[in-house]
Design a protein around this ligand. Structure first.
Ligand code: AMP
Length: 282
C-alpha cells in the first residue's frame, strides 16, 4: 500500500494505473475509519481493479463553532485498516497543500445545499463540494464511492459532478449500522453510555416509519410527528429536523407519493447525529 501526501504524486499514481488499463475507485474520507468507510472500500474493490482512499479532515466544511480541532485523527490505526482492507493507495494531504495562501475559489450547489443541514451548518456543503471537486481533479478516478448515511452530501456531490462535467461515476452505498440499528459515524465516540443507548431511538423511529408507510400511511407530517415523539420519549434531545423529502432534489413532501427519503438530525449531549432511510412507495 502506497501512502502519499504530495498532490502531483497522487495524480500521477492514478494516471499511471489508468494507463495500465486499470479501473480506479476513489473513497474520500476524513479518517477515523470504521466499518461504514470499509464498506465503501469493499464496494470499490468489487467494481475497480485499484482503490485509492483519501484521509483529509477538511477545515472548510466545519463551521467556526464545530469540532474541527477535536475531530478524531487516529492515522496509524486508519492506515492499518486500509492495509487490511486491500486499499492500494492512501492520499493524506496537508491542509496547506490543499488550501495554499491565495486560494479563493469555492463551489456552491444551489438549492440542494440550502435544505436540511444547510441552514444549520452554514458553509458546510460549499466546503464539501469544493474539497470533493479538488479531490476529483487530484485523483481522476473512474468512480467515487460515498455513503447514503450522508444522503444530502451524496446528492450535492452528484449534482456538482453532473453540473461541472466531471467524468467520474458517483456510486452511493448503503448505510452500515451497529447491531442495534445506530448508524456508524466517526462522531459516535462523543456519545456517553447513556446517550449511546438513547441514540438507538433514531433508527428505531425511522424503521417504524417505514413500517407505517408499508401499511399504507402516506401523510408525511403524521409520520414525521411520530418519529419526533419516539426520539423525545427516549430522553433529552434537541431535534434539529425530521423531514420527508423528495429522494432526488430533497424538497419537502406532504405525501409519500414518489421516491422519498426521511432525514433526521438530532443533538444528544455533545453529539450531533444524522440518519435517513429510503421510502420506496410502490
Ligand atoms: P466521513 O469520514 O465522515 O467524511 O465519511 C466518509 C465517507 O464514508 C462518506 O461518503 C460517508 O457517507 C461514508 N460513511 C460514513 N459513515 C457511514 C456509514 N455508517 N455507512 C456507510 N457509509 C458511511
Amino acid at each position: 500500500m502506497i501512502i502519499e501526501s504530495s498532490i502531483p504524486a497522487a495524480r500521477e499514481w492514478v494516471l499511471e494505473m489508468r494507463r495500465h488499463g486499470h479501473r480506479v475507485g476513489l473513497v474520500p474520507t476524513m479518517g477515523a475509519l470504521h466499518r461504514g468507510h470499509l464498506s465503501l472500500v469493499e464496494a470499490a474493490k468489487r467494481q475497480c481493479a485499484k482503490v485509492a482512499l483519501t484521509i483529509f479532515v477538511n477545515p472548510t466544511q466545519f463551521a467556526p463553532h464545530e469540532d474541527l480541532a477535536a475531530y478524531p485523527r487516529p492515522l496509524e490505526a486508519d492506515l492499518a485498516l486500509c492495509r487490511n482492507a486491500g486499499v492500494d493507495f492512501v492520499f493524506t494531504p496537508e491542509v496547506a497543500a490543499m488550501y495554499p495562501t491565495g486560494a479563493v475559489t469555492t463551489i456552491h450547489v444551489a438549492g440542494l445545499s440550502d435544505r436540511l443541514c444547510g441552514p444549520l451548518r452554514p458553509g458546510h456543503f460549499d466546503g464539501v463540494a469544493t474539497v470533493v471537486a479538488k479531490l476529483f481533479n487530484i485523483l481522476p478516478a473512474n468512480a467515487a464511492f460515498f455513503g447514503e448515511k450522508d444522503y444530502q452530501q451524496l446528492q450535492v456531490i452528484r449534482q456538482m459532478t453532473t453540473d461541472l462535467n466531471i467524468p467520474i461515476e458517483i456510486v452511493g452505498c448503503p448505510t452500515v449500522r451497529e447491531a442495534d440499528g445506530l448508524a456508524l459515524s466517526s462522531r459516535n465516540v462523543y456519545l456517553n453510555p447513556w446517550e449511546r443507548i438513547q441514540a438507538v431511538s433514531i433508527s428505531r423511529a425511522l424503521f417504524a416509519a417505514i413500517e407505517g408507510i408499508k401499511h399504507g400511511e402516506r401523510d408525511a407530517s403524521k409520520i414525521t410527528d411520530n418519529i419526533r415523539k419516539e426520539i423525545l420519549a427516549a430522553g433529552p434531545a434537541t431535534i434539529e429536523y425530521v423531514s420527508a423529502v423528495d429522494a432526488v432534489d430533497l424538497t419537502p413532501l406532504t405525501q409519500f407519493d414518489r421516491r422519498a427519503r426521511i432525514c433526521v438530525a438530532v443533538r444528544m449531549g455533545k453529539c450531533r447525529l444524522i440518519d435517513n432511510v429510503a421510502v420506496d412507495v410502490p
